[in-house]
Design a protein around this ligand. Structure first.
Ligand code: ATP
Ligand code: MG
Length: 358
């Protein structure tokens, strides 16, 4: 992990978002009524409170007493933190413009020098969205709201959607999704069975996140439990290093620039899929003009590689010529290449590299 992440506390979620949220970002939880948005929000808050953090609960609908009651029913003892570490900001049917432009900025300003980590929840954002029909005005107000609250810490925002059949995500939530740093979609299909609810990560800026549809259940005392598999298992993490090293060597021999080599090194360090990077490397070589060197049979079925142009001497071409590279000169292996130029072995595609990853 490259930076400090703030665990959401949603069981199963953190392992598919690199450990949690980045500080001062927003996560939007979208779902139709009853999908578990408030449970998500409470769970997020509780995790922080249980770990010595503070929390601000912005409620545009229910009064604090009702939220505390509901939390109790889910098995969360929120009451004991109320007005000590947990603070509510409740407003209903009021002027949201004034809330966003005056009240919340004043609150943030008052907390400016406060050093305890604070997590923020807005549950739900829906009344504010519905109160403004003008899209431009809506966007401006939500932008300001997020900007203000992000100064306190990582913000979890819930919003209700009404997606039409066939829509991935409802039109009514496009603006908040667009303005959030991350978005999670909860869906409920009442078809019976334990796992009829599922969670998908729509986006998570600057994060390598899981891309599957994850079933989830409610567990009293925990909240939402999502059935996920880690994005990269420790055993998988370095599985393809050999292939990347091979690609670096080949690119270098083809006269690729340091920038290009650094790019492959970077991708090697961050490769998070359990499948082979072969095709990705192939595309990368192609994009940078390094490969008519690689036959495209795996990708497009094309066979037209000019073999006559192939010669090992071209591996010593300078980097500024690399974009005109028309040959294949993937060296088979360091060992086989030791004998000198004449021993350079042509590789028809990257599948041979894949064997290295075994
Ligand atoms: N222990 C539990 N077992 C099974 N289902 C549960 C449990 N606790 C909550 N639920 C389900 O969660 C739903 C409510 O979750 P929650 O209030 O978090 O949803 P929501 O998306 O916030 O809904 P709303 O849009 O009404 O605010 C309940 O309707 C119920 O179906
Ligand atoms: Mg709710």
């Amino acid at each position: 992990m490259d930076e400090d992440r703030i665990p959401t506390g949603i069981a199963g979620l953190d392992r598919v978002i690199e450990g949690g949220l980045r500080d001062n970002t927003t996560l939007l939880v979208v779902g139709s009524s009853g999908t578990g948005k408030s449970t998500f929000a409470m769970q997020y808050i509780m995790y922080g409170l249980e770990n010595g953090e503070n929390a601000l609960y912005v409620s545009l609908e229910e009064p604090p007493e009702q939220i505390l009651e509901e939390a109790e029913k889910l098995g969360f003892d929120m009451k004991k933190y109320h007005e000590r570490e947990l603070f509510f900001f409740h407003t209903k049917g009021e002027d949201f413009k004034q809330l966003v432009e005056e009240q919340l900025p004043a609150l943030v300003e008052a907390n400016k020098d406060y050093s305890v980590r604070t997590r923020v929840v807005i549950d739900p954002l829906t009344p504010l969205i519905w109160s403004i029909s003008d899209k431009k005005e809506q966007r401006e107000l939500i932008t300001k709201l997020f900007y203000t609250l992000k100064q306190l810490g990582a913000v979890l925002v819930t919003t209700e959607e009404h997606s039409a059949p066939g829509e991935t995500i409802g039109e009514d939530v496009l603006i908040p999704v667009y303005l959030s740093d991350g978005a999670v979609h909860l869906t409920y299909r009442p078809i019976g069975g334990a796992f009829n609810r599922s969670l998908e990560i729509i986006k998570m800026r600057a994060t390598r996140h899981g891309e599957e549809v994850y079933p989830y259940i409610f567990v009293r005392g925990i909240g939402v439990v999502a059935k996920t598999t880690p994005v990269v298992s420790p055993e998988d993490a370095n599985k393809y290093d050999g292939m990347f090293d091979k690609a670096i060597k080949t690119a270098s021999d083809l006269g690729a620039s340091e920038m290009f080599l650094d790019k492959i090194r970077y991708v090697k360090k961050h490769w998070s899929y359990s499948f082979s990077p072969k095709e990705t490397l192939q595309m990368l070589f192609e994009t940078y003009g390094l490969t008519q060197a690689i036959k495209k049979d795996d990708v497009s079925g094309s066979e037209n590689v000019d073999k006559d142009n192939t010669s090992s001497s071209q591996s010593e071409q300078s980097s500024n010529e690399s974009s005109q590279q028309t040959t294949e000169s993937f060296d088979k292996s360091d060992e086989e290449n030791k004998g000198g130029e004449g021993d350079t072995v042509e590789i028809e595609d990257l599948s041979e590299l894949e064997e290295l990853a075994g």
